[in-house]
Design a protein. Structure first.
Length: 517
């Protein structure tokens, strides 16, 4: 298998942290969790956590809690590994208990009832001691609820991920296998959309040395990994790295990841944060609106003596204007007149239009929240009944229109149809690989909403050319739009939870209708 075909197949079978809603491995678009979708972990051997000698400042006590010190801490509907999970507890976070005493259950040494519903198994993945140094370190780098950018992000070019800060002699020995820092091998056409926001300036130290890496030592345990082992893993060329801290030691800048590895900053490239955001719709800002599909500014036109001429005014890249909705000009390339500036027009070839709705899709109630996505225009609109409340652009599958009988994942096309959200996850690393990913992954993608696994709507922090087909299958949104949609849709995420599924006390989920045109 060629390297290019392998990379394409990875991107077309890995969308995000697929929910525990179906059997089989997790797959999809720009990349999923690292374990199968079932939630039965009763057979996993319980292992103890190493304790550190240093003690950080204790968290304020607001009642008994259970904390996640490994991934895949599922919230179950009853105290047993049976059925579908209600949600999960994110690594480095905790959830309040409904009582400090374990409840009877099956398949776990102790089950605890959590707020506002459900049960969590207390095993090697969890701790009840919020003063535990390992949990405290994880909590310091965990994403906070509602953050637009839970982490800073970088594009990896084969980079070691250490358990602690190595000395110069140690990193010189470990990094002999890599190309010199700062030299990179360009990837193929399949990765063009992933490199658009790369900054070619060094990542600078912005934080003090974390207490858990003071003096170059590791003052905490390693979770399920051996804390005495220096090199834990390598983040491959083309993968995305999320980091919470950047500090300097031994004359080099180091990045701290969400699972407490240390990565040399000179072996990755910082990703610029996208500023693109859709538009809130109200009594003053209404549909239809025309978007400049391009990243660069485009002219506004006037008609003079029957000819279209550049007015000298511009619409910013991905900018929008309210239009009358009436076509001007002949042929298939219309001009759209601005509603607030009569006589000024946007050229159809440069634009895509978000339109109002005249009637509801079947199964949508008159006062119900729902979303409309259109693949060719690349538009996404949130409605309450027939009232539009938010409009934006998204990137559909790079394979273009779906073809009947063709696998959407294989051909990188976004599936059309009527769906209700299956699963919402605040932040998750995306990869199609079973077990811990080793070939390619996107770290800590925020605001993921599963439409029909592996199809998901999620943030793409690696580009901002929205409306252009860029994804391998999913609905790609900007960070601002991803958070808006995540907070707006149902079911809402309980305060301490990392993920939630619909039903079983969560209520009905929001619908999305995906059209080709």
């Amino acid at each position: 298998m060629s390297q290019r075909f392998l990379a394409l197949s990875l991107l077309c079978t890995a969308c995000s942290a697929t929910p525990p809603l179906m059997e089989g491995r997790q797959s999809g678009d720009e990349l999923g969790h690292d374990e199968p979708n079932d939630v039965d972990v009763a057979t996993v051997e319980t292992r103890g956590m190493a304790k550190a000698k240093t003690q950080p400042i204790a968290q304020k006590d607001d009642g008994p809690r259970i904390a996640a010190i490994e991934s895949h801490v599922w919230i179950m509907p009853k105290p047993a590994h049976e059925g579908l999970a209600l949600g999960n507890v994110r690594l480095g976070t905790s959830v309040r208990l409904r009582g400090a005493t374990p409840v009877p259950g099956n398949g776990c040494r102790a089950w605890y009832a959590v707020e506002p519903r459900g049960y969590v198994c207390h095993n090697f993945r969890t701790t009840l001691d919020l003063k535990d140094p390992y949990f405290r370190a994880l909590a310091e780098v965990a994403p906070k609820r509602g953050e637009l950018f839970p982490y800073s992000y970088a594009y990896a070019r084969d980079a070691p991920m250490y358990s602690r800060v190595p000395t110069q002699s140690e990193w010189e020995k470990e990094e002999r296998r890599f190309k010199p820092a700062g030299t990179y091998a360009e990837l193929g056409d399949w990765a063009k959309g992933h490199e658009e926001l790369i900054e070619n300036t060094p990542i600078e130290a912005t934080d003090p040395v974390p207490w858990f890496f003071a003096d170059g030592k590791r003052h905490i345990g390693g979770g399920v990994r051996d804390p005495k082992r220096l090199l834990w893993k390598v983040i491959p060329n083309g993968s995305m790295l999320a980091y919470a801290r950047a500090f300097e030691m031994h004359g080099r800048v180091w990045l701290v990841t969400s699972d407490l590895t240390v990565v040399p900053a000179d072996r990755v490239q910082k990703i610029r944060r996208s500023k693109f955001r859709g538009v809130d719709l109200n009594d003053k800002v209404t549909l239809p609106i025309a978007w400049n599909r391009r990243l660069e500014p485009r002219p506004l036109y006037r008609k003079v003596d029957g000819a279209w001429v550049d007015s000298g005014e511009r619409v910013s890249g991905k900018g929008w204007r309210m239009i009358t909705g009436e076509k001007s000009g002949a042929g298939s390339d219309p001009y759209w007149e601005l509603r607030d500036r009569p006589g000024l027009f946007m050229k159809g070839k440069d634009t895509t239009v978000s339109w109002p709705r005249k009637e509801l899709p079947p199964a949508i109630a008159p006062d119900e929240k729902w979303m409309e996505a259109r693949i060719t225009p690349g538009t996404l609109t949130a409605f309450v009944g027939l009232k539009p409340v938010y409009a934006t652009l998204f990137s559909p599958g790079k394979g273009g229109h779906p073809v009947p009988g063709h696998d959407h994942t294989k051909y990188a096309t976004t599936q059309t149809g009527f769906f209700r959200l299956e699963w919402k996850e605040r932040t998750a690393t995306m990869s199609n690989e079973k077990g811990e990913p080793k070939i390619l992954w996107f770290s800590d993608v925020p605001h993921i909403q599963y439409i029909k696994a592996p199809l998901a709507m999620h943030v793409a922090y690696w580009h901002e050319d929205f409306s252009t087909p860029k994804s391998a299958e999913c609905v790609n949104l900007s960070p601002s739009d991803g958070r808006w949609m995540f907070d707006w849709t149902d079911p809402p995420l309980p305060a301490d939870w990392g993920a939630i599924g619909p039903g079983r006390g969560a209520g009905k989920s929001t619908a999305i209708v995906i059209y080709g045109l």
